[in-house]
Write a protein that binds this ligand. Structure first.
Ligand code: CAA
Length: 697
């Protein structure tokens, strides 16, 4: 018997136990082992039932994603399932941890399923740009009905064991030793002569759905809206619909066809890349996982404004006590009241309970004295973005901060090294760039200064995960990774306005590419006044933006920016007043205007990101190209089905990318188009950013 799958006999029950760390993914060794184990149990006359359990932290977490894109190796999962479902002896799955994707599908091919209360089950394939390809779209609707199956499969979100029990996915919830409970359940099935329940034969719920054709039409319309641009949810619905239109075997064939189409799609390649990119981002080559962490039991946030308040909520949500510090009582009261209002809003929408509101508020202690930071293991300053102010504040706090505590600056642009040098503990200083709204956005840029100690970096990467963030490491430069690239992107967005576009044209092209919004709607949301002030401080001009600001058009908050906004409505409306300014400034700059198509808009904005991203890589600011992708998807709404800007460049082909960049450079479109040497080098060698990442792993 293969090492990963073991069989032992307990009474009349064969225990098939799988051990394929870390998550029992259903790779070829597991599939072969499972098939052999089932065949062995069938052949063994002493065996009357089979208990299927997994060792380690979880039941099967799904197919082995790293096998996708390679030629399939027999037996494929659905073949193993067929043998399991047709097994003449009952098979009982004992679920703990997560039964996801192919893992849940394996459980659905069993005759009974039991789970521990903490288990979670789901079909998350849609998040990888595919569909459940081992019978999930045919078996789940037969068990839970079409509407619930559509929801589970199209959102990909797992459900808890209790809910799974209520819905009929799981037959029983068991406490205590799962292995023993699974064996006992299997023995009971034999003793009571219970039937071999094959999900494939349960047709009542799908026949019911077949009489409601609107169900599928409505689902398609709904997911076209909430998952705009994604192929997989639509294919998922088609596969589930097939379950209601044909017999089980034909439905399985249709599921396979749709699965294969998705697996071969560029979207799925991008989403699978992203799955691994996200996990890779927390690995830092010179900081081993065994690096000791500093304690993190109490946090202090300095500054109770929008940013500080949002940051504080993250910690309270994770059950970590926070002192929220302000210089004056009014600002502090205002900050605390805003937090309470946010929590109460969440409670009203049913996201948290009224008790949660009080628990979280109870973890937040207001403070007015610098000495209030003295118990904190982590102090995050989130005051106004001004170097002198931040340095002054940290110098004042220094004497109150306990030895070993980590001092973080929440800055989006400032030099973390300079800030660190102003303190007595530069090795304990780090940048934590939260994205606004800080309690919602998943991305956290962790900025490692030249003096930052390794254990400080390791502690902050862990802390980020503890508060539900996705951390990505950056070295110090102006704007770090995300905003430095954004600068190049905006540079092009403006260049397009001067050359011939209107804001609505640029935004539409970028929205259609898949971003949540275009650059100008994004500016209106963030407020135009912030960058206006920065330009004034730096002696820079941006005539179109400056003129809008001079008119008091600061964006949504003033009802007008690059677009107009009707009272109480956040939908951007094109504005002739803006068009006139854009045209006038464009003519002033170029003497003429030209028609610019969506392709050029997308090409210029995306290639600007890619070229700057490559420069950031060659300077060692980012560790990997895939880290940049994670930043752009989580921080800037780059469509995940395109994998992130660097992956998109790879799919476009670096030779083509370089050619276009050179063409813009030669056409005098600005220094931003000086090709990154890294792109030149990789393109010349016929290599990609993925190769670059692999070389450095
Ligand atoms: N295949 C291959 N590797 C996987 C994997 C999978 N299905 N799931 C997780 N891993 C790997 C991760 O890449 C990671 O590897 P490294 O340590 O080398 O980085 C390791 O397992 C641990 O994963 P996490 O860091 O994510 O651990 P976690 O405890 O935070 O989360 C989890 C565990 C909830 C299972 C999470 O890993 C997860 O969501 N996995 C993916 C589940 C999934 O999408 N399953 C469907 C697969 S597709 C399918 O099954 C198709 C089909 O229909 C046949």
């Amino acid at each position: 018997m293969s090492e990963v799958v073991r069989v032992s006999l307990e009474g009349n029950v064969a225990v098939v136990s799988v051990n394929n760390p870390p998550v029992n993914a259903l790779g070829i060794a597991v599939r072969l082992g499972l098939r052999r184990a089932i065949r062995q149990a069938i052949a063994d006359d002493r065996v009357q039932a089979i208990a299927l359990v997994c060792e380690g932290r979880t039941f099967f977490a799904g197919a082995d994603i790293s096998e996708f894109g390679k030629p399939p190796t027999s037996p494929i999962l659905r073949e193993v399932h067929e043998e399991m479902e047709d097994c003449p002896k009952p098979i009982v799955a004992g679920i703990h941890g997560t039964a996801l994707g192919g893992g849940l599908e394996t459980a659905l091919a069993c005759h009974y399923r039991i789970a521990v209360p903490g288990a979670r089950v789901g079909l998350p394939e849609v998040k990888l740009g595919i569909l459940p390809g081992a019978g999930g779209t045919q078996r789940l609707p037969r068990l839970v009905g079409v509407p619930k199956a559509i929801e589970m499969i199209c959102t990909g979100d797992p459900i808890g064991a209790r809910q799974a029990h209520e819905m009929g996915v799981v037959d029983e919830i068991v406490e205590g030793d799962l292995r023993a409970a699974t064996v006992a359940f299997a023995a009971r099935v034999v003793a009571e002569g219970r039937p071999l329940v094959k999900v494939r034969d349960r047709n009542r719920l799908i026949e019911e759905a077949a009489r409601q054709p609107d169900l599928f039409h409505n689902a398609r319309a709904h997911y076209a809206k909430v998952k705009r641009g994604f192929l997989a949810p639509q294919h998922c619905i088609s596969a589930i619909e097939a379950a209601t239109q044909m017999d089980f075997d034909a439905g399985m064939r249709r599921e396979r066809e749709l699965f294969t189409e998705l697996l071969e799609s560029a979207q799925s390649a991008a989403q699978r890349h992203f799955f691994f990119a996200e996990r890779q981002a927390s690995k830092i080559p010179d900081i081993p996982p065994s690096t000791p962490r500093r304690p993190l039991d109490q946090v202090a946030i300095v500054g109770a404004g929008t940013m500080g308040g949002g940051i504080a909520m993250n910690f309270a949500n994770a059950g970590i006590p926070v002192v929220l510090l302000e210089a004056n009582k009014e600002a502090l009261d205002r900050g605390m009241a805003t937090i309470r209002r946010n929590y109460e809003g969440s409670a009203k929408r049913g996201r948290i309970s009224a008790a949660d509101v009080e628990t979280r508020m109870g973890l937040l202690k207001p403070g007015l004295q610098p000495s209030d930071v003295s118990n904190a293991d982590l102090i995050i300053e989130a005051v106004f973005e001004n170097m002198a102010l931040k340095k002054q504040l940290l110098t004042r706090l220094d004497q109150h901060i306990k030895p070993g505590a980590i001092v973080a600056t929440n800055t989006s642009t400032l030099d973390v090294d300079e800030i660190a040098r102003a303190t007595v503990r530069p090795a304990s200083v780090i940048g934590l760039h939260f994205f606004s709204p800080a309690n919602v956005m998943r991305l956290l840029e962790v900025v490692r200064g030249e003096a930052t100690a390794k254990d400080v970096v390791a502690t902050c990467m862990d802390m980020a995960k503890r508060i539900g963030k996705v951390p990505v490491l950056s070295r110090v430069c102006y704007g770090f990774i995300g905003n430095r690239m954004l600068h190049a992107y905006f540079d092009q967005a403006f260049a397009l306005l001067y050359a011939g576009c209107l804001p609505e044209q640029v935004d539409k092209a970028i929205y259609d590419f898949g971003f949540a919004m275009g650059p100008f709607a994004m500016s209106d949301l963030a407020g135009l006044d912030v960058s206006w002030r920065i330009r004034q401080e730096r002696g820079e001009t941006q005539p179109i933006a400056d003129r809008l600001c001079e008119l008091g058009r600061f964006g949504q908050k003033t009802g007008a920016g690059y677009f107009r906004y009707a009272e109480g409505n956040r939908t951007p409306q094109p504005d002739p007043e803006v068009a006139a300014i854009v045209e006038e400034e464009g003519l002033k700059r170029h003497g003429k205007r030209r028609e610019i198509g969506a392709d050029e808009i997308v090409s210029r904005c995306m290639l600007a990101l890619v070229n700057e991203g490559a420069k950031i890589l060659e300077e060692g600011i980012a560790l990997r190209a895939s880290d940049i992708d994670v930043i752009y998807v989580y921080g800037y709404s780059f469509p995940v089905y395109r994998g992130g800007p660097m992956f998109w460049a790879g799919q476009t082909g670096l030779d083509k990318v370089l050619e276009a960049i050179k063409a813009y450079h030669d056409a005098g479109c600005g220094d931003v188009w000086r090709p990154a040497r890294l792109i030149e080098r990789l393109a010349a060698a016929g290599r990609s950013f993925a190769d670059y990442d692999k070389d450095r792993a």
